[in-house]
Write a protein that binds this ligand. Structure first.
Ligand code: COA
Length: 257
């Protein structure tokens, strides 16, 4: 079905693997449009509760936008390329179900931006993050100037955006760019463990929490969203079930309503 991606369903988890290992999984337009389609499959299937996004091979999650596709762009088509990528990455960030980036090796440029658009990041010990666009005389175009600042703070982000230095797994963990670091072999299992924990919680509450976070970091009034969604959550069947289960000392059986 896809030429640049592999997808797999295992229980309630959808795994999307960028599959251009010979090009270090560089994000060409085929990968970008297939990612969009794969996301739709994930978002439209209510049986899927979480997703893992990874890169094929041992060297890279994704080494950036495909530099070969930059030639021939003019100001308008360059801006359009950036806006299209931003829309796709917002779709990931605004997903009502958690998406975890499993970062093995290079996550550079658009690859770093893709990982940062995911809700959580788990990295293997050989992971290297960075925004090297300045080396090419460019700046990030898929949200890197914003999300790196959100994740590691303005001072450090500015330095790394301007020097093109790479951030190794140890620093990424210390600075909150990634949530966990594991060996390469344990990477996917760690993501599955986190998704399994989230899947036990009220699905409506998970969705509302992701929405409030996303609104807050994207220029909308996150406090207002939080209050509105709290109001909706408190009258939901999930909250009735969750609170009853607590009082009855049993496991909640959430329906996501
Ligand atoms: N776009 C297009 N092709 C890319 C790419 C990218 N962003 N990143 C890597 N590739 C390709 C290389 O051209 C090479 O293809 P080839 O074998 O047909 O020549 C292949 O992937 C392997 O990359 P290579 O550079 O040989 O691997 P390396 O281990 O020597 O270096 C990197 C790895 C990540 C340091 C290096 O590939 C690199 O700097 N990539 C570009 C990173 C970047 O600037 N990203 C931001 C883009 S806006």
């Amino acid at each position: 079905m896809f030429s640049s991606l592999k997808t797999e369903i295992s229980g309630s988890v959808f795994t999307i693997t960028i599959n251009r290992p010979d090009k270090l999984n560089a994000l060409n337009q085929s990968v970008m449009s297939e990612l969009d389609q794969a996301l739709d499959i994930f978002l439209q299937n209510d049986n899927l509760r979480g997703a893992i996004l990874r890169g094929e091979g041992e060297k890279a999650f994704a080494a950036g936008a495909d530099i070969q596709e930059f030639s021939g762009l003019d100001a308008a088509s360059g801006q359009a390329l950036s806006e299209k990528g931003q829309r796709l990455f917002f779709k990931i960030e605004n997903s009502p179900k958690p998406i975890i980036a499993a970062v093995n090796g290079f996550a550079l440029g658009g690859g770093c931006e893709l990982a940062m658009a995911c809700h959580l990041r788990v990295a293997s010990t050989n992971a290297l993050f960075g925004q090297p666009e300045v080396k090419l005389g460019l700046l990030p175009g898929y949200g890197g100037t914003q999300r790196l600042v959100q994740l590691i703070g303005k001072g450090k982000a500015t330095e790394y955006l301007l020097t093109a230095d790479m951030i190794n797994a140890e620093k990424a963990l210390e600075w909150g760019l990634v949530n966990h670091v594991t060996t390469r072999l344990e990477l996917v299992d760690k993501c599955l463990e986190i998704l399994a924990k989230i899947a036990k919680q009220g699905p409506l509450a998970v969705r509302y929490t992701l929405q409030a976070i996303s609104d807050g970091v994207n220029g909308r009034d996150g406090y207002k969203t939080e209050a509105e969604l709290f109001g909706k959550a408190i009258v939901s069947e999930d909250a009735a079930e969750g609170t009853a289960a607590f009082l009855e000392k049993r496991k909640a059986n959430f329906q996501g309503k």
